[in-house]
Design a protein around this ligand. Structure first.
Ligand SMILES: Nc1nc2c(ncn2[C@@H]2O[C@H](COP(=O)(O)OP(=O)(O)O)[C@@H](O)[C@H]2O)c(=O)[nH]1
Ligand SMILES: [Mg+2]
Length: 200
């Protein structure tokens, strides 16, 4: 009796799970960035108000011909929620660290607090720095002493290098091309997450 073994290649594409956690000071624009990417619009007032300590969203996307099951963790940024953030970090592959460019103090906090937390709790994991509310700096471009009130692109890039982030982007949730920009930011985060040795 003859046994015939037949191996056929599966036509079902493999779906890669990938989780992104977004952190940064409360009110810096994390939820707005996520909504622009995931829903193409800004969150409404009640959606921002009801935001919990940790909101989760799941999306099926295609990235570089790969099916990705993307989980987005939106955090509050409150100090009291450090334990909840730790849980999100634990499940994440890549982190987006946000600060608002209308606050040089916020950039200091990125270096002194956020980057420390991210690198301490996620050794070797890639993270991306995003300066949000870029429209506010653009609107104030004629103001004297602009550099003392707003974070410049150059300072953002310098901080990116100092803290060891993989990339630096500026973002405005109110710009007409904000959806495209949000896609670029998350696209880069997904790329970093997929290629990370963290996943191997
Ligand atoms: N001008 C401006 N305001 C923004 C931008 N992104 C968010 N905001 C406003 O900043 C506030 C906080 O935004 P939110 O996304 O809830 O911040 P989160 O607490 O970090 O999630 C809200 O009033 C938003 O409308 C932006 O790009 N430009
Ligand atoms: Mg929020």
């Amino acid at each position: 009796m003859e046994f015939l073994c037949c191996y056929t290649q599966s036509k079902v594409p493999l779906e890669v799970p990938l989780s992104v956690v977004v952190v940064g000071d409360p009110g810096c624009g994390k939820t707005s960035l996520i909504y622009r990417f995931s829903r193409g619009r800004l969150p409404q007032a009640d959606e921002m108000a009801t935001a919990a300590n940790l909101d989760t969203d799941c999306l099926d996307i295609v990235h570089s011909h790969r099916q990705v099951k993307l989980t987005l963790f939106d955090t509050s940024g409150h100090e009291d929620d450090a334990k909840i953030r730790a849980l999100a970090y634990n499940q994440s592959d890549v982190i987006i660290l946000c600060f608002s460019v209308d606050s040089p103090k916020a950039l200091n906090t990125v270096s002194s607090e956020w980057a420390r937390e991210v690198t301490y709790l996620n050794p070797g994991k890639p993270f991306i720095l995003v300066g949000t509310k870029n429209d506010l700096r653009q609107a104030a471009s004629t103001v004297p002493n602009l550099e003392t009130c707003y974070v410049s692109h150059r300072e953002g890039k310098k901080t990116k290098r100092n803290i060891g982030a993989s990339a630096f982007f500026e973002f405005s949730a109110t710009d007409p091309d904000s959806v495209q920009m949000a896609k670029r930011i998350f696209g880069r985060a997904i790329r970093e997450g997929l290629k990370s040795s963290w996943r191997i």
